[in-house]
Design a protein around this ligand. Structure first.
Ligand code: NAD
Ligand code: TYD
Length: 342
Protein backbone atom coordinates (compact mmCIF):
# COMPACT_ATOMS: atom_id res chain seq x y z
CA UNK A 1 0.00 0.00 0.00
CA UNK A 2 1.42 3.41 -1.00
CA UNK A 3 -0.06 6.32 0.95
CA UNK A 4 0.45 10.04 0.52
CA UNK A 5 -0.28 11.99 3.70
CA UNK A 6 -0.57 15.77 3.43
CA UNK A 7 -0.06 17.92 6.54
CA UNK A 8 1.73 15.05 8.29
CA UNK A 9 3.98 17.34 10.34
CA UNK A 10 0.92 18.68 12.17
CA UNK A 11 -1.07 17.25 15.05
CA UNK A 12 -3.44 14.65 13.58
CA UNK A 13 -1.39 13.90 10.45
CA UNK A 14 1.69 12.92 12.49
CA UNK A 15 -0.39 10.75 14.79
CA UNK A 16 -1.91 9.11 11.69
CA UNK A 17 1.55 8.35 10.28
CA UNK A 18 2.60 6.73 13.60
CA UNK A 19 -0.67 4.78 13.74
CA UNK A 20 -0.34 3.48 10.16
CA UNK A 21 3.30 2.44 10.69
CA UNK A 22 2.04 0.22 13.52
CA UNK A 23 -1.25 -1.00 12.00
CA UNK A 24 0.07 -1.54 8.44
CA UNK A 25 3.86 -2.02 8.74
CA UNK A 26 4.07 -2.97 5.04
CA UNK A 27 2.81 0.40 3.75
CA UNK A 28 5.00 3.10 2.24
CA UNK A 29 4.14 6.57 3.51
CA UNK A 30 5.10 9.79 1.79
CA UNK A 31 4.36 12.99 3.68
CA UNK A 32 4.03 16.38 2.05
CA UNK A 33 3.90 19.40 4.35
CA UNK A 34 4.59 23.09 3.87
CA UNK A 35 5.83 23.39 7.48
CA UNK A 36 3.74 26.42 8.35
CA UNK A 37 3.81 27.68 11.96
CA UNK A 38 1.71 24.58 12.81
CA UNK A 39 4.05 21.99 11.29
CA UNK A 40 7.18 20.78 13.05
CA UNK A 41 9.64 18.40 11.46
CA UNK A 42 10.96 17.26 14.85
CA UNK A 43 7.55 15.65 15.41
CA UNK A 44 8.35 13.17 12.63
CA UNK A 45 11.77 12.23 14.06
CA UNK A 46 10.57 8.71 15.07
CA UNK A 47 9.92 7.78 11.39
CA UNK A 48 12.47 9.94 9.55
CA UNK A 49 15.06 7.14 9.21
CA UNK A 50 12.49 4.57 8.15
CA UNK A 51 13.24 3.48 4.52
CA UNK A 52 9.49 3.23 3.82
CA UNK A 53 8.91 6.84 4.84
CA UNK A 54 9.70 9.98 2.86
CA UNK A 55 9.17 13.62 3.80
CA UNK A 56 8.82 16.34 1.18
CA UNK A 57 8.48 20.00 2.08
CA UNK A 58 5.96 21.51 -0.32
CA UNK A 59 2.74 23.49 -0.48
CA UNK A 60 -0.35 21.53 -1.58
CA UNK A 61 -1.28 24.61 -3.66
CA UNK A 62 1.92 24.17 -5.71
CA UNK A 63 0.54 22.18 -8.64
CA UNK A 64 3.92 21.46 -10.26
CA UNK A 65 5.41 20.14 -7.00
CA UNK A 66 2.32 18.03 -6.27
CA UNK A 67 2.16 16.54 -9.77
CA UNK A 68 5.85 15.66 -9.82
CA UNK A 69 5.51 13.92 -6.44
CA UNK A 70 2.52 11.91 -7.72
CA UNK A 71 4.53 10.95 -10.79
CA UNK A 72 7.43 9.71 -8.66
CA UNK A 73 5.51 7.99 -5.90
CA UNK A 74 2.26 6.82 -7.60
CA UNK A 75 0.25 6.86 -4.35
CA UNK A 76 -2.72 4.51 -4.19
CA UNK A 77 -4.30 6.41 -1.31
CA UNK A 78 -4.14 10.14 -0.53
CA UNK A 79 -5.19 11.39 2.90
CA UNK A 80 -5.53 15.16 3.09
CA UNK A 81 -4.86 16.62 6.54
CA UNK A 82 -3.10 19.75 5.27
CA UNK A 83 -5.07 22.79 6.34
CA UNK A 84 -5.12 26.00 8.24
CA UNK A 85 -6.95 24.68 11.26
CA UNK A 86 -7.45 27.34 13.93
CA UNK A 87 -10.81 29.14 14.13
CA UNK A 88 -9.42 32.21 15.95
CA UNK A 89 -6.77 32.76 13.26
CA UNK A 90 -9.44 32.44 10.56
CA UNK A 91 -11.44 35.20 12.25
CA UNK A 92 -8.36 37.47 12.20
CA UNK A 93 -7.38 36.74 8.60
CA UNK A 94 -9.49 34.38 6.44
CA UNK A 95 -7.55 34.49 3.16
CA UNK A 96 -4.95 31.78 3.72
CA UNK A 97 -7.77 29.50 4.88
CA UNK A 98 -9.49 29.78 1.52
CA UNK A 99 -6.23 29.26 -0.35
CA UNK A 100 -4.95 26.20 1.47
CA UNK A 101 -8.20 24.56 2.49
CA UNK A 102 -10.11 24.99 -0.78
CA UNK A 103 -7.62 25.59 -3.60
CA UNK A 104 -5.06 23.21 -2.09
CA UNK A 105 -7.71 20.49 -1.95
CA UNK A 106 -8.56 21.17 -5.60
CA UNK A 107 -4.91 20.67 -6.65
CA UNK A 108 -4.85 17.32 -4.84
CA UNK A 109 -8.14 16.25 -6.42
CA UNK A 110 -6.81 17.14 -9.88
CA UNK A 111 -3.62 15.19 -9.19
CA UNK A 112 -5.66 12.14 -8.11
CA UNK A 113 -7.65 12.32 -11.35
CA UNK A 114 -4.57 12.73 -13.52
CA UNK A 115 -2.61 9.90 -11.91
CA UNK A 116 -5.51 7.48 -11.30
CA UNK A 117 -5.31 7.42 -7.48
CA UNK A 118 -7.55 4.72 -6.01
CA UNK A 119 -8.80 6.76 -3.04
CA UNK A 120 -8.75 10.42 -2.08
CA UNK A 121 -9.72 10.92 1.55
CA UNK A 122 -10.62 14.36 2.87
CA UNK A 123 -10.15 14.89 6.60
CA UNK A 124 -13.00 17.23 7.41
CA UNK A 125 -14.63 18.43 10.60
CA UNK A 126 -17.96 18.42 12.40
CA UNK A 127 -17.74 22.23 12.31
CA UNK A 128 -19.08 22.18 8.73
CA UNK A 129 -22.53 21.48 10.24
CA UNK A 130 -22.52 24.72 12.24
CA UNK A 131 -23.64 24.34 15.84
CA UNK A 132 -26.44 22.89 17.97
CA UNK A 133 -28.37 24.67 20.72
CA UNK A 134 -27.29 24.05 24.32
CA UNK A 135 -30.83 23.23 25.46
CA UNK A 136 -31.55 20.39 22.96
CA UNK A 137 -29.25 17.55 24.15
CA UNK A 138 -31.22 15.06 22.03
CA UNK A 139 -29.91 16.63 18.78
CA UNK A 140 -26.77 15.30 17.05
CA UNK A 141 -25.02 15.88 13.72
CA UNK A 142 -25.65 13.04 11.28
CA UNK A 143 -24.20 12.75 7.77
CA UNK A 144 -27.54 14.16 6.50
CA UNK A 145 -27.38 17.33 8.61
CA UNK A 146 -27.19 20.31 6.19
CA UNK A 147 -23.87 22.14 6.00
CA UNK A 148 -24.16 25.48 7.80
CA UNK A 149 -20.66 26.62 8.80
CA UNK A 150 -20.15 29.63 11.08
CA UNK A 151 -16.49 30.69 10.85
CA UNK A 152 -14.18 31.37 7.91
CA UNK A 153 -12.36 28.16 8.94
CA UNK A 154 -15.46 25.96 8.88
CA UNK A 155 -16.72 27.62 5.68
CA UNK A 156 -13.46 26.80 3.95
CA UNK A 157 -13.69 23.17 5.14
CA UNK A 158 -17.33 22.95 3.99
CA UNK A 159 -16.35 24.37 0.58
CA UNK A 160 -13.64 21.73 0.24
CA UNK A 161 -16.15 18.99 1.14
CA UNK A 162 -18.50 20.20 -1.62
CA UNK A 163 -15.64 20.18 -4.10
CA UNK A 164 -14.66 16.64 -3.11
CA UNK A 165 -18.27 15.49 -3.62
CA UNK A 166 -18.42 17.27 -6.98
CA UNK A 167 -15.31 15.38 -8.16
CA UNK A 168 -17.04 12.11 -7.21
CA UNK A 169 -20.23 12.95 -9.06
CA UNK A 170 -18.68 14.64 -12.10
CA UNK A 171 -15.51 12.63 -12.67
CA UNK A 172 -16.22 9.46 -10.71
CA UNK A 173 -13.12 10.05 -8.56
CA UNK A 174 -13.18 7.54 -5.67
CA UNK A 175 -13.32 9.84 -2.67
CA UNK A 176 -14.35 9.66 0.97
CA UNK A 177 -14.82 12.27 3.68
CA UNK A 178 -14.63 11.99 7.46
CA UNK A 179 -16.11 14.67 9.71
CA UNK A 180 -14.65 14.37 13.15
CA UNK A 181 -15.25 16.14 16.42
CA UNK A 182 -12.54 17.93 18.47
CA UNK A 183 -9.35 15.89 18.86
CA UNK A 184 -6.86 15.99 21.71
CA UNK A 185 -3.61 14.13 22.40
CA UNK A 186 0.17 14.34 21.85
CA UNK A 187 1.70 16.89 19.44
CA UNK A 188 -1.28 19.27 19.37
CA UNK A 189 -0.15 22.85 18.79
CA UNK A 190 -0.63 24.88 21.99
CA UNK A 191 -3.03 27.38 20.41
CA UNK A 192 -5.92 24.90 20.83
CA UNK A 193 -7.88 24.66 24.08
CA UNK A 194 -6.41 21.60 25.82
CA UNK A 195 -2.67 22.06 25.08
CA UNK A 196 -2.95 25.82 25.62
CA UNK A 197 -4.42 25.30 29.07
CA UNK A 198 -1.85 22.61 29.96
CA UNK A 199 1.09 24.77 28.78
CA UNK A 200 -0.22 27.90 30.54
CA UNK A 201 -0.95 26.05 33.78
CA UNK A 202 2.53 24.50 33.77
CA UNK A 203 4.03 27.95 33.21
CA UNK A 204 1.89 29.51 35.98
CA UNK A 205 0.09 31.72 33.44
CA UNK A 206 -3.61 32.59 33.49
CA UNK A 207 -6.10 30.30 31.75
CA UNK A 208 -8.24 32.37 29.35
CA UNK A 209 -11.76 30.93 29.05
CA UNK A 210 -13.93 32.56 26.38
CA UNK A 211 -17.17 33.89 27.88
CA UNK A 212 -18.59 31.78 30.68
CA UNK A 213 -17.01 28.60 29.26
CA UNK A 214 -20.40 26.96 28.72
CA UNK A 215 -19.79 26.03 25.07
CA UNK A 216 -19.76 22.29 24.50
CA UNK A 217 -17.37 20.24 22.37
CA UNK A 218 -17.39 16.47 21.71
CA UNK A 219 -13.80 15.31 22.49
CA UNK A 220 -12.07 12.35 20.85
CA UNK A 221 -8.59 10.98 21.57
CA UNK A 222 -6.51 11.45 18.42
CA UNK A 223 -5.59 7.77 18.05
CA UNK A 224 -9.29 6.86 17.84
CA UNK A 225 -9.67 9.34 14.98
CA UNK A 226 -6.61 7.89 13.20
CA UNK A 227 -8.03 4.36 13.50
CA UNK A 228 -11.31 5.60 11.99
CA UNK A 229 -9.50 7.12 9.00
CA UNK A 230 -7.46 3.94 8.54
CA UNK A 231 -10.71 1.96 8.36
CA UNK A 232 -12.43 4.38 5.99
CA UNK A 233 -9.57 4.46 3.47
CA UNK A 234 -9.27 0.67 3.39
CA UNK A 235 -12.88 -0.48 3.89
CA UNK A 236 -15.15 2.57 3.56
CA UNK A 237 -17.41 2.98 0.55
CA UNK A 238 -16.32 5.51 -2.10
CA UNK A 239 -18.47 8.63 -2.33
CA UNK A 240 -19.45 8.41 1.34
CA UNK A 241 -19.22 10.74 4.31
CA UNK A 242 -18.52 9.25 7.76
CA UNK A 243 -19.04 11.19 10.98
CA UNK A 244 -16.51 10.35 13.70
CA UNK A 245 -17.08 11.17 17.36
CA UNK A 246 -17.08 9.57 20.75
CA UNK A 247 -20.24 10.82 22.49
CA UNK A 248 -18.02 12.68 24.90
CA UNK A 249 -19.48 16.13 25.33
CA UNK A 250 -17.83 18.49 27.78
CA UNK A 251 -18.22 22.17 28.64
CA UNK A 252 -15.01 24.16 28.19
CA UNK A 253 -14.98 25.34 31.79
CA UNK A 254 -15.19 21.75 33.07
CA UNK A 255 -12.22 20.73 30.93
CA UNK A 256 -10.12 23.62 32.22
CA UNK A 257 -11.03 22.78 35.82
CA UNK A 258 -10.12 19.13 35.21
CA UNK A 259 -6.71 20.17 33.83
CA UNK A 260 -6.12 22.31 36.97
CA UNK A 261 -7.06 19.34 39.14
CA UNK A 262 -4.81 16.89 37.26
CA UNK A 263 -1.85 19.29 37.46
CA UNK A 264 -2.48 20.31 41.06
CA UNK A 265 -2.91 23.97 40.00
CA UNK A 266 -5.40 26.41 41.56
CA UNK A 267 -8.62 27.27 39.71
CA UNK A 268 -7.82 30.91 40.52
CA UNK A 269 -5.63 30.81 37.37
CA UNK A 270 -8.86 30.80 35.31
CA UNK A 271 -9.86 34.15 33.83
CA UNK A 272 -13.02 34.69 31.83
CA UNK A 273 -12.30 36.78 28.76
CA UNK A 274 -14.23 38.33 25.89
CA UNK A 275 -16.00 35.70 23.80
CA UNK A 276 -14.96 34.49 20.35
CA UNK A 277 -16.94 36.19 17.54
CA UNK A 278 -19.74 33.92 16.25
CA UNK A 279 -18.74 31.28 18.83
CA UNK A 280 -20.40 27.92 18.05
CA UNK A 281 -22.39 26.72 21.06
CA UNK A 282 -22.33 22.96 20.86
CA UNK A 283 -20.94 20.23 18.61
CA UNK A 284 -22.17 16.65 19.00
CA UNK A 285 -21.61 13.80 16.55
CA UNK A 286 -23.80 10.79 15.91
CA UNK A 287 -21.23 8.12 14.91
CA UNK A 288 -23.84 5.39 14.18
CA UNK A 289 -22.92 5.04 10.49
CA UNK A 290 -19.20 4.33 10.97
CA UNK A 291 -19.99 1.98 13.87
CA UNK A 292 -22.56 0.06 11.83
CA UNK A 293 -20.65 -0.10 8.53
CA UNK A 294 -17.04 -0.35 9.70
CA UNK A 295 -17.33 -1.55 13.30
CA UNK A 296 -15.55 1.55 14.62
CA UNK A 297 -15.97 2.53 18.27
CA UNK A 298 -13.87 4.89 20.36
CA UNK A 299 -11.46 3.05 22.66
CA UNK A 300 -10.01 5.76 24.90
CA UNK A 301 -12.17 7.20 27.68
CA UNK A 302 -11.81 10.94 28.17
CA UNK A 303 -10.42 10.71 31.72
CA UNK A 304 -7.70 8.28 30.54
CA UNK A 305 -6.98 10.20 27.34
CA UNK A 306 -6.62 13.47 29.22
CA UNK A 307 -4.25 11.86 31.74
CA UNK A 308 -2.15 10.41 28.88
CA UNK A 309 -2.12 13.79 27.12
CA UNK A 310 -1.05 15.67 30.25
CA UNK A 311 1.67 13.05 30.86
CA UNK A 312 2.89 13.59 27.28
CA UNK A 313 3.12 17.38 27.71
CA UNK A 314 4.98 16.86 31.02
CA UNK A 315 7.42 14.42 29.41
CA UNK A 316 7.91 16.49 26.24
CA UNK A 317 8.36 19.97 27.62
CA UNK A 318 11.12 20.78 25.11
CA UNK A 319 8.67 20.17 22.21
CA UNK A 320 6.13 22.79 23.31
CA UNK A 321 8.48 25.13 25.20
CA UNK A 322 10.40 25.71 21.96
CA UNK A 323 7.10 26.49 20.18
CA UNK A 324 5.77 28.90 22.80
CA UNK A 325 9.10 30.74 23.02
CA UNK A 326 9.18 31.72 19.34
CA UNK A 327 6.76 33.70 17.14
CA UNK A 328 3.95 32.21 19.23
CA UNK A 329 4.66 35.03 21.72
CA UNK A 330 3.52 37.63 19.16
CA UNK A 331 0.46 35.53 18.35
CA UNK A 332 -0.41 35.23 22.02
CA UNK A 333 -0.06 38.97 22.64
CA UNK A 334 -2.18 39.77 19.59
CA UNK A 335 -4.96 37.30 20.38
CA UNK A 336 -5.11 37.56 24.16
CA UNK A 337 -3.44 40.90 24.98
CA UNK A 338 -6.43 42.94 23.80
CA UNK A 339 -9.17 40.57 25.01
CA UNK A 340 -11.27 42.26 27.67
CA UNK A 341 -11.47 40.37 30.97
CA UNK A 342 -15.07 39.71 32.01
P1 NAD B 1 -2.57 21.32 12.39
O1 NAD B 1 -2.79 22.79 12.25
O2 NAD B 1 -1.96 20.80 13.65
O3 NAD B 1 -1.66 20.80 11.19
C1 NAD B 1 -1.83 21.20 9.87
C2 NAD B 1 -0.59 20.76 9.06
O4 NAD B 1 -0.82 21.14 7.69
C3 NAD B 1 0.70 21.46 9.51
O5 NAD B 1 1.75 20.51 9.58
C4 NAD B 1 0.96 22.48 8.41
O6 NAD B 1 2.34 22.76 8.21
C5 NAD B 1 0.35 21.77 7.20
N1 NAD B 1 -0.05 22.72 6.14
C6 NAD B 1 -0.77 23.86 6.28
N2 NAD B 1 -0.93 24.46 5.10
C7 NAD B 1 -0.30 23.66 4.18
C8 NAD B 1 -0.13 23.74 2.77
N3 NAD B 1 -0.62 24.77 2.06
N4 NAD B 1 0.54 22.75 2.15
C9 NAD B 1 1.05 21.70 2.86
N5 NAD B 1 0.93 21.59 4.19
C10 NAD B 1 0.25 22.56 4.84
O7 NAD B 1 -4.00 20.67 12.13
P2 NAD B 1 -4.66 19.36 12.78
O8 NAD B 1 -5.33 19.73 14.04
O9 NAD B 1 -3.68 18.25 12.74
O10 NAD B 1 -5.81 19.08 11.72
C11 NAD B 1 -5.56 18.27 10.57
C12 NAD B 1 -6.83 18.19 9.74
O11 NAD B 1 -7.89 17.66 10.54
C13 NAD B 1 -7.33 19.56 9.25
O12 NAD B 1 -7.77 19.41 7.93
C14 NAD B 1 -8.48 19.89 10.18
O13 NAD B 1 -9.43 20.68 9.51
C15 NAD B 1 -9.03 18.52 10.51
N6 NAD B 1 -9.68 18.37 11.82
C16 NAD B 1 -9.05 18.77 12.97
C17 NAD B 1 -9.68 18.57 14.19
C18 NAD B 1 -9.00 18.96 15.49
O14 NAD B 1 -9.62 18.85 16.55
N7 NAD B 1 -7.75 19.37 15.48
C19 NAD B 1 -10.94 17.98 14.25
C20 NAD B 1 -11.55 17.57 13.05
C21 NAD B 1 -10.90 17.78 11.85
P1 TYD C 1 -10.43 25.18 19.97
O1 TYD C 1 -9.46 24.24 20.61
O2 TYD C 1 -9.92 26.41 19.30
O3 TYD C 1 -11.30 24.29 18.97
P2 TYD C 1 -12.65 24.68 18.14
O4 TYD C 1 -12.90 26.12 18.24
O5 TYD C 1 -12.27 24.28 16.76
O6 TYD C 1 -13.73 23.84 18.74
O7 TYD C 1 -11.48 25.65 21.07
C1 TYD C 1 -12.27 24.71 21.79
C2 TYD C 1 -13.23 25.50 22.65
O8 TYD C 1 -12.48 26.20 23.66
C3 TYD C 1 -14.01 26.57 21.90
O9 TYD C 1 -15.34 26.63 22.41
C4 TYD C 1 -13.28 27.86 22.21
C5 TYD C 1 -12.72 27.62 23.60
N1 TYD C 1 -11.44 28.28 23.90
C6 TYD C 1 -11.32 29.06 25.07
O10 TYD C 1 -12.27 29.21 25.86
N2 TYD C 1 -10.12 29.65 25.32
C7 TYD C 1 -9.05 29.53 24.49
O11 TYD C 1 -7.97 30.15 24.75
C8 TYD C 1 -9.18 28.72 23.32
C9 TYD C 1 -8.03 28.55 22.36
C10 TYD C 1 -10.38 28.12 23.08
Amino acid sequence: MRILVTGGAGFIGSNFIFYMRKAHPDCRIVCIDKLTYAGDLSTLAPVMEDPDFRFVRADICDRAAVYSLFEEEEPEIVVNFAAESHVDRSIEDPEIFLRTNILGTQVLLDACRKFGTERFHQVSTDEVYGDLPLDRPELFFTEETPLSPSSPYSSSKASADLLVQAYYRTYGLPVSISRCSNNYGPYQFPEKLIPLMIANALSGKSLPVYGQGLNVRDWLYVEDHCRAIGLIVTKGRPGEVYNVGGHNEMRNIDIVKLICQELGKPESLIVHVEDRKGHDLRYAIDPAKISRELGWLPETKFQDGLKKTIRWYLDNRSWWERIVSGEYQDYYKKMYGSRIRL
